[in-house]
Design a protein around this ligand. Sequence first.
Ligand SMILES: C[S@@+](CC[C@H](N)C(=O)[O-])C[C@H]1O[C@@H](n2cnc3c(N)ncnc32)[C@H](O)[C@@H]1O
Length: 195
Amino acid sequence: MEPFELIINHDERVYPPDEDSYLMIKSINTKDYRNALEIGVGSGVISLNLAKKLDQVFACDINPFALRLSKKNATLNSIKNLYLFSSNLFSSIKKESFFDLIVFNPPYLPVETPPKNFLDLSYNGGPDGGEYIRMFLNDFGSFLSHNGQAYLLQSSLYPLENTTKYLTDHNFEYNVVNSLKLDFETLYVLEIRFI
Ligand SMILES: C[S@@+](CC[C@H](N)C(=O)[O-])C[C@H]1O[C@@H](n2cnc3c(N)ncnc32)[C@H](O)[C@@H]1O
């Protein structure tokens, strides 16, 4: 998906669109899908791009300032099909809700100390960087449509094999559809579906 030209406002308490956000946007194949769920919407940059292509996009965040900013950015771009709600990962999503696309650019940096504020929650992936990735992997399959695809970003700072082993052990197949080498890490985007 080529990124659309969007007006994106910022808030110092919210993760700003960065290389990982754009890598994710470029990696997502929206096919003939109709809806998507984004976990961790941040500024809204990924979900707003999806909303231009799909009928409905649902997006959540644990940071109330991210939800407020995403709503503002949706209004600035006249986007009316983005539905925002507060959630800790999948906690607010009703059982038996299914999405064609599920997207997560998680907090993925290894940090020993607990997050101190909302912005820290964007980066802090726990001591090994994999805390939110593991929680996401445990739950996303319950909400993915039979023919749907999930997109998960992760850094080489947390071993990719941990994720790929989990996926193959749990009846998923995956492709690494994009990567980006940065100074201290490489970012990977995994495209995941049921076998
Ligand atoms: C790396 S940022 C990505 C933001 C945006 N999707 C982007 O790509 O620019 C991670 C986002 O996940 C949110 N987040 C962190 N922990 C979360 C949780 N337990 N449940 C939902 N969202 C969470 C953060 O507040 C932040 O907005």
